[in-house]
Design a protein around this ligand. Structure first.
Ligand code: NAD
Length: 424
């Protein structure tokens, strides 16, 4: 028997959601009690106060976190989120999902995640740089190329990864490109990393549409979130012949049944920063976008968007979870009971990002760089293998696709912990 004696440190809707997913998967594979809680709970976390001098001379203290969920299978890996709604519980849930994701696709990593409570749109470029450097400065003894390797997530990008890499390198006294991934190419970033998550989502969507025998020329797509992942997914699917009929960001969405002009939308966002008032179609709310009639619905923004309120009203054939945790436990049950919607779960669907981050880390450690074709060929190979494993597990045990993916990811982490034993 083992028993967890845990505090309410991470308690939040989203952490409970990740725990319920874990419990369901652990029950499904009869994970022994002796290993269950060790596999489930985050290993450690760091909370930091980040003082930043503002343009007007005042000082603001921002709160930041890093949660390392699992370090048993390699250095931990996971993005850093800059968003006003970040909580420690959210970061812990995201770290947990990173563990299952890395394990599912066979990367030699554990899972981690970081976050800062800040709306980056309200900072000047200088303030953003100070905050990013401060965050890394506080993390110098907590992360590292063989301990924990951050990457971009919501609200962060390659420029920020470049500042963080520079800060860490200055502290240790020599260049350490492998301390973060998602860097600019000029600082050791990988070819294909910027588009990797979206390209991976699009690759899997195409594979599943082929399984469903739906031609791309007859495929319509609605995407919630038009940041790195949403926009790259849109571009990749449109290039393959699908019609993108709706896109959105936090300011609202645009619907155009004839297909959105993505080039125009991308240029608009490049200058305006947001989609608000983009004239490429009719305005649509984020809620209405999720219920549009389309072939593929792609949540690519935040967690808990498909809920018990709207799951019964979805009118798509396929949900591709580009975001992490976009579907609540209750919505999962509704979608499964409906039986008319296929769902590609987040830990498989958006794994292209961490897979190419792994390639970047390998290139940095060996100082030997690959071309884009090599990156994409290797990415597709890993995604194919992971998809096949999930489909096999799903058929063999009559699991939902999410349960199939989770059980594979969780089992491998638990096996590694079991084999390593308990350090006395
Ligand atoms: P981003 O910051 O580049 O873009 C986020 C987008 O979501 C923006 O368009 C923003 O306006 C929009 N958004 C925010 N709140 C919203 C709301 N309430 N309703 C609608 N739209 C909203 O972030 P990203 O890197 O594209 O990440 C998006 C999702 O993909 C997140 O769940 C993230 O964890 C996940 N993800 C990212 C990566 C990566 O490599 N960046 C990898 C795997 C998974």
């Amino acid at each position: 028997m083992s028993k967890a004696i845990v505090s309410s440190l991470y308690d939040s809707e989203v952490f409970r959601m990740a725990c319920r997913q874990f419990d369901q998967a652990a029950d499904a594979i009869n994970l022994p009690d002796t290993i269950r809680d060790r596999t489930k709970y985050p290993r450690r976390c760091l909370a930091v106060a980040l003082s930043v001098r503002r343009r007007d001379g005042s000082v603001t203290v921002f709160e930041g976190y890093r949660v390392q969920h699992n370090l048993s299978t390699g250095p931990s890996k996971g993005g850093i989120r800059f968003h006003q709604d970040v909580t420690l519980g959210e970061v812990a849930a995201l770290a947990m999902w990173m563990s299952w994701k890395c394990s599912l696709v066979g990367l030699p990593y554990g899972g981690a995640k970081g976050g800062v409570i800040v709306n980056p749109n309200e900072l000047t470029p200088e303030e953003l740089e100070h905050l990013s450097r401060r965050y890394m400065q506080e993390m110098v003894n907590f992360v590292g190329p063989h301990t924990d390797v951050p990457a971009p997530d919501v609200g962060t990008n390659e420029k920020i990864m470049g500042w963080m890499m520079d800060t860490y390198s200055n502290h240790v006294g020599h260049l350490v490109p492998a301390v973060v991934t998602g860097k600019p190419i000029s600082l050791g970033g990988s070819q294909g990393r910027r588009e990797a998550t979206g390209a991976g989502v699009a690759y899997l969507v195409k594979k599943y549409l082929a399984d469903l025998k739906v031609p791309l020329s007859k495929t319509t797509v609605a995407i919630q979130g038009f940041g790195n992942v949403g926009s790259e997914t849109a571009v990749a699917l449109a290039a393959s012949g699908a019609k993108i009929i709706a896109i959105s960001d936090y300011t609202g969405g645009i619907y155009n049944p004839k297909g959105i002009d993505l080039k125009k939308a991308l240029t608009y966002v490049q200058y305006q920063k947001v989609l608000r008032d983009f004239d490429g179609g009719e305005p649509i709310s984020n809620e209405a976008l999720l219920e549009l009639k389309c072939t593929v619905l792609i949540p690519a923004a935040l967690e808990r968007q498909i809920t018990e309120q709207n799951a019964g009203r979805l009118k798509c054939r396929l949900v591709a979870e580009a975001a992490n945790g976009p579907t609540t436990n209750e919505a999962d049950r509704i979608i499964e009971a409906r039986g008319d919607i296929e769902l590609i779960p987040d830990i498989l669907c958006n794994s292209g990002g961490v897979i190419v981050s792994y390639f970047e880390w390998l290139q940095n450690l060996s100082s030997f760089y690959w071309d884009r074709d090599e990156v994409m060929t290797k990415l597709h190979g890993i995604l194919d293998k992971a998809k096949d494993a999930v489909e096999y597990q799903k058929r063999k045990f009559k699991f939902s696709r999410r349960l199939a993916a989770l059980t594979l990811g969780i089992q491998r982490v638990a096996d590694a912990k079991q084999s390593r034993g308990l350090f006395p």
